[in-house]
Design a protein around this ligand. Structure first.
Ligand code: KG4
Ligand code: ZN
Length: 336
């Protein structure tokens, strides 16, 4: 059988990324040009700046992905690209680039859903993982419980009603002076704090056992900080970080395990930027061992935004015969 090589492009937020993936599971190159330093100056992603930086960097990133994988455009079977959800201007850069390449090279074009990419990141290092399985997708923009029925076939079991898990990490980090991006910073400082120091709420959504709500815990942290300041009492940043992180992780773990059991799944794959959180990994491991559930998560580099995961998802779309037309457009609120 002939190898299938996908050149994948990802530009939905603040990473300009390109990758070459062989036969859906083997990453030949994975180039990520992060803009984090730029956006840190503003305390979050500035969409206009993100779009402009993607334009500046995308051709170089693609060239590097080809070079690192020892391939040329001629070797590529199809071009995969994230077309949503994400920042519209940022997405458009990748989509326009992919369309231009596919048209000029006369190769098939495959549009990929960003969340499908995050889930597919688990296929890279876990060759035995195949659908059906349950997935907890936790990123800066999304918190989803997903039943992965087959390659390219998903059922959303639950989602957040307000903030995404990563968004809550970022907002709380800003409030306690840790800066952007907040997730990794809270993860690190929480290691020196007491997770039981402050009781933050574990919110449930009435009549929706699989849905999430994180705006409550975020507000509780902000209130706590205000109260401490008014009382002129010290704010112990490691304790706040650890207690907040524990509150979020408790809910994620409980929902993921309950969902997987209720839907008769025997494995859970965690995905998205927050999947690299060390407490979430530890607690998921403990809970899954206890429940006899198999647990999968990607290495940190495949948790946060990258193009390798888009290449994996594009491969399965491609071999299932799915193609995008020249009218492919960026869809900022694309549904799974
Ligand atoms: O998947 P991703 O790179 O982008 C989106 O699709 O949103 O996720 C980024 C999010 C950010 O909110 C970031 O703070 C969070 O993932 N994150 C973490 C950690 N690393 C990244 N959150 C908690 N703990 C971490 N170690
Ligand atoms: Zn993402």
């Amino acid at each position: 059988e002939k190898d299938v090589l996908i050149l994948a492009i990802e530009s939905s937020c603040d990473e300009t990324a390109a990758a070459v993936v062989r036969n859906g599971r083997e990453v030949l190159s994975n180039v990520i040009s992060s803009q984090i330093d730029l956006h840190t100056l503003y305390g979050g992603v500035v969409p206009e700046i993100a779009s402009r930086k993607h334009i500046e960097r995308i051709n170089q990133v693609i060239q590097e992905a080809l070079k690192e994988s020892n391939t040329t455009f001629a070797d590529i079977d199809a071009i995969g690209v994230t077309y949503g959800p994400g920042l519209v201007g940022a997405l458009l850069v990748g989509v326009a680039e992919a369309k231009a390449l596919a048209f000029a090279l006369n190769k098939p074009l495959v549009g990929v859903h960003h969340i499908e990419g995050h889930i597919a990141a688990n296929f890279i290092e876990h060759k035995e993982l195949e659908p059906p399985f349950f997935s907890l997708v936790v990123s800066g923009g999304h918190t989803h419980l997903v039943k992965v029925k087959d390659y390219g076939s998903y059922e959303i079991i639950g989602k957040t009603r307000d903030d995404a898990a990563g968004e809550a990490f970022d907002k709380v980090a800003r409030a306690i002076g840790l800066g952007y991006p907040g997730g990794p910073k809270i993860d690190k400082v929480a290691k020196t704090g007491n997770p039981h120091a402050i009781q933050f709420p574990r919110a449930k959504v009435e009549n929706a056992p699989y849905d999430f709500s994180f705006s409550g815990v975020k507000s509780a942290v902000l209130n706590y900080i205000n109260q401490q300041q008014m009382k002129q009492e010290e704010i112990l940043v490691p304790d706040v970080a650890a207690s907040f992180q524990k509150a979020v992780v408790d809910v994620l773990v409980e929902h993921a395990l309950r969902g997987a059991k209720d839907f008769h799944m025997d494995s859970i794959a965690v995905a998205g930027g927050v999947a690299s959180n060390s407490l979430l990994r530890d607690e998921m491991k403990r809970a899954c061992e206890e429940a006899g559930m198999k647990l999968y998560y990607p290495s940190p580099v495949y948790c946060t935004d990258n193009a390798a995961m888009i290449g994996v998802a594009a491969y399965y779309e491609y071999i299932n015969g799915r193609r995008s037309g020249w009218d492919l457009n960026a869809v900022p609120n694309l549904r799974l």
